[in-house]
Design a binder for this molecule. Structure first.
Ligand SMILES: Nc1ncnc2c1ncn2[C@@H]1O[C@H](COP(=O)(O)OP(=O)(O)OP(=O)(O)O)[C@@H](O)[C@H]1O
Ligand SMILES: [Mg+2]
Length: 508
């Protein structure tokens, strides 16, 4: 089935998010859409899926104009979408979620659990997915949860599948599995619209590429172009994909973690006795397959975890047992993995979110009074410096595109004087131009003598930025290696293999 968009236009107030966009996706092709943060990709897809109404333009399926006013219209026309933020109910089973999806969408098809299980089996067999219909969603790895969303679209017989940044939250292995699934779908004639910021994936999977900049289609490209060419087409200037990392001079120990144990609410240890020192002027990356304790370790650095034992000191000052606010006041910049949960207050304005850390400190306020004009001008300064694409700093932060939300958190955390920077997945969801900028900023922190702790599931990012790499496996640091390690060696360590043996997996 082919999908054609003609003259799609959509404004939010004065901002033209989609400016007369023409796009044609042929039957059985994987069509990638590349574009900077805020270029208008998600807006366009939300229009195609009936979540937003275009101001002008037409959607044609196999040459026929379709009126799509809600998702059920899209599903009926054979268009399915997997959103970046999953829409599954965590405590329900896979099959229950599929039935629930039907009730919400009122589309064709599934009525009860037995139907749902049969449909899941049919789709799983046809496309070689492995998904247990009775599994509870919250117990499934992110990659499998995403497969459930794909199954849900396929059960409604989607012939055009929209994937909006599907790999942003996946591990490298899950990403490879998804790319294979996409190729299987394509082989069966499904057309796929694939949105991603990762050029490696575009080159690996896409048949054609359309590039969108500031709401307009600026060109098409072939996946045979180099990553550098694709990046500059997208951003409109040359982009340095591998940051220049100068020699570093290591100073004193700034951050010291001793015998750190983190338990979950049932008392089970998630992190088992971690010891690590980070010095002034070095980047230590924490690598590992998602779910091996890194997220908890990162959150523990500012006391966001409830059950911590052991010690974390910054130049000898203990932060365990303090409030998050007190921990930050010891001089930690913290970029959380989940910006929606820990990084932003979505009902607050962009300006307020940009100065959240400082709102009780001068020059923004004295005592309890806030000086709005100082807040606004500092916020505007940070917006310009970090190239955050907004209309007004007084708009709610919730109106920003995914990547621009991430930039608000980064701009806030990298704008104040600190001793230690803890950054979790700092470039998740960012476009290549923004990644270049953030990488430069992280290295600048290192060169200015800060201790940097980088949590990242992106091997390329770890290898590009880290001076030393600590690999976490089952709640422990399995090995600390220099940055001369190869991708393959790192991959093996992440799988728990040390010297060709599976590492010490003793349970505490
Ligand atoms: N509901 C809304 N109200 C106001 N502005 C909006 C709204 N939704 C999107 N925008 C604006 O429209 C522009 C395009 O946003 P969109 O989410 O489509 O970008 P994107 O290309 O998907 O970016 P990213 O790569 O960061 O996800 C952005 O400037 C965004 O702030
Ligand atoms: Mg988007």
């Amino acid at each position: 089935m082919s999908l054609e968009l003609r003259g799609i236009t959509k404004s939010f107030g004065a901002l033209v998010a989609n400016d007369s966009i023409d796009l044609k996706v042929e039957t059985g092709e994987i069509h990638a859409i590349l574009g900077e943060n805020g270029a208008g990709k998600s807006t366009l897809m939300n229009i195609v899926y009936g979540l937003l109404k275009a101001d002008a333009g037409e959607i044609l399926v196999d040459g026929q104009i379709k009126n799509i006013n809600q998702p059920s219209d899209a599903l009926e026309a054979g268009i399915g979408m997997v959103h970046q933020h999953f829409m599954l109910v965590p405590v329900f089973s896979v099959a229950e979620n599929i039935v629930l999806g039907h009730e919400k969408i009122k589309g064709p098809g599934i009525l009860d659990l037995a139907d749902a299980k049969a449909a899941i089996k049919r789709v799983s067999d046809e496309f070689n997915f492995e998904v247990d219909p009775d599994a509870i969603v919250e117990n499934l790895p992110v990659g499998v949860q995403q497969r459930v969303e794909i199954i849900r679209a396929l059960i409604y017989d989607a012939k055009v599948l929209i994937l909006d940044e599907p790999t942003a939250v996946l591990t490298p292995q899950e990403t490879d599995e998804l790319l294979n699934i996409m190729k299987n779908l394509k082989a069966k004639g499904t057309s796929i619209i694939f949105i991603t910021h990762k050029l490696r994936e575009v080159k690996a999977a896409a048949d054609r590429i359309t590039i969108i900049r500031r709401g307009k289609v600026v060109g098409t490209a072939s996946p045979s172009e180099s990553q550098e060419e694709l990046a500059s087409l997208m951003v409109g200037r040359p982009v340095q994909l591998n940051p220049d990392k100068g020699a570093h001079s290591i100073g004193q120990t700034l951050l010291s973690i001793k015998n750190l144990v983190i338990k979950d609410s049932t008392g089970r240890p998630i992190v088992k006795s971690v010891n690590l020192e980070v010095h002034a002027g070095e980047v230590v990356a924490i690598a590992g397959v998602q779910g091996n304790g890194q997220s908890e370790l990162a959150r523990a650095m500012v006391n966001l975890e409830p059950h911590i034992e052991g010690s974390i000191t910054i130049e000898g000052e203990e932060i365990i047992g303090e409030s998050v606010r007190q921990a930050l006041h010891h001089g930690i910049a913290f970029v959380p993995e989940s910006r929606e949960l820990d990084g932003l207050i979505s009902s607050f304005s962009i300006a307020e979110n940009l100065i959240l850390d400082l709102h009780d400190l001068p020059p923004f306020a004295k005592g309890v009074s806030l000086f709005p004009s100082v807040v606004a001008s500092e916020a505007q300064k940070r917006v310009t410096e970090f190239d955050i694409r907004i209309q007004s700093v007084s708009d709610p932060v919730s109106s920003l595109s995914g990547g621009n939300k991430q930039k608000v958190v980064l701009a806030r955390e990298l704008s104040r004087p600190v001793r230690v920077l803890v950054a979790s997945q700092p470039t998740r969801g960012l476009d290549v131009g923004s990644i270049e900028f953030v990488h430069e900023r992280i290295l600048a922190e290192r060169d200015a003598g800060r201790a940097v702790m980088l949590f990242s599931t992106e091997l390329d990012e770890v290898l590009a930025l880290a001076d030393r790499i600590a690999v976490m496996y089952r709640g422990e640091i399995l090995a600390v290696v220099p940055n001369t390690v190869t991708r393959e060696e790192l991959g093996l360590l992440m799988a728990g293999v040390v010297n060709n043996k599976v590492g010490d997996t003793k349970s505490a």
